[in-house]
Design a protein around this ligand. Structure first.
Ligand code: DGL
Length: 266
């Protein structure tokens, strides 16, 4: 039986999901969290749907074996390809990040909405479908930005190369006068400052993190699975390939609560 004292499992292909894990930890500080970054097989975004489902299945199985009470797919690419599959496979609630991202976009009240994501996410049209359900008359422009994930993984947020690449990718959104831009990949909030500078301060940037966290809160509450612990939750981090940059970025988010990163094979 699932119990409230069990941990929340979160996975992404790399560091991007830390943006979601941080929002969850901020909203639900007493929850234990087990994070898995599948860094050995990153990027997911350039792979076929079948391969992404296979990788997501391995990542989910690893976390489910740790007796988690809920699974968060902190990766838009894996959500687009494998949400239905993982919901069938898992006996615990499974939360993706695309619906929360679409909700965040709809909440801005704007009609000209841009979406950037990986090749696989954009090709799936999952954001367009989710946004259109909420804002039927939205004008949606989307584009894949495959170079942004390696830049985020390299911690290149402030590097001039990132700026140049963003100017190239985002020019069509500026021409189309987008009012809201969805960061449809959990890695992109790591480049948020540079993205905002390139598109200008009038464009509202949204991502899934905060909305996904409150979505998770509501589901745990409804199922009476919120932790009753009074002390701070324990954060445990795994990656399929360990490197210093992962630890640096995790430390930026979690400070002293990030103690170690353990390498695992899925
Ligand atoms: N962070 C993942 C996402 O939200 C993608 C990164 C990758 O391509 O592996 O889509």
């Amino acid at each position: 039986m699932t119990e409230s004292g069990q941990a929340i499992g979160i996975f992404d292909s790399g560091v991007g999901g830390l943006t979601v894990a941080a929002a969850i930890s901020a909203l639900l500080p007493n929850e234990d969290i087990i994070y898995l970054g599948d860094t050995a097989r990153l990027p997911y975004g350039s792979k076929s749907k079948e391969t992404i489902i296979r990788y997501a299945e391995h990542a989910a199985s690893f976390l489910l074996k740790k007796q988690i009470k809920a699974l968060v797919i902190a990766c838009n690419t894996a959500t687009a390809a494998a949400l239905d599959f993982l919901r069938e496979m898992a006996l615990v609630p499974v939360i993706g990040v695309i619906e929360p991202g679409a909700l965040a976009a709809a909440a801005t009240g704007k009609k000209v909405i841009g979406v950037i994501g990986t090749n696989a996410t954009i090709k799936s049209r999952a954001y367009e479908t989710a946004i259109r359900r909420l804002v039927p008359d939205a004008q949606i422009i989307s584009a894949a930005c495959p170079l942004l994930v390696p830049l985020a993984e390299e911690n290149f947020a402030a590097h001039p190369a990132t700026r140049l690449i963003l100017e190239t990718y985002l020019a069509p959104f500026i021409s189309a006068k987008v009012e809201t831009l969805v960061l449809g990949c959990t890695h992109y909030p790591l480049l948020r400052t540079a993205v905002q500078e390139v598109v200008g301060q009038n464009v509202i940037l949204v991502d899934s993190a905060a909305t996904a966290a409150s979505y998770l809160h509501d589901i745990l509450q409804e199922k009476e699975l919120l932790s009753a612990k009074e002390s701070a939750g324990k954060l445990t981090f795994f990656a399929t390939d360990t490197n210093e940059r992962f630890s640096q970025i995790a430390k930026n988010f979690f400070g002293e609560h990030f103690t170690s990163l353990t390498q695992v094979d899925l």
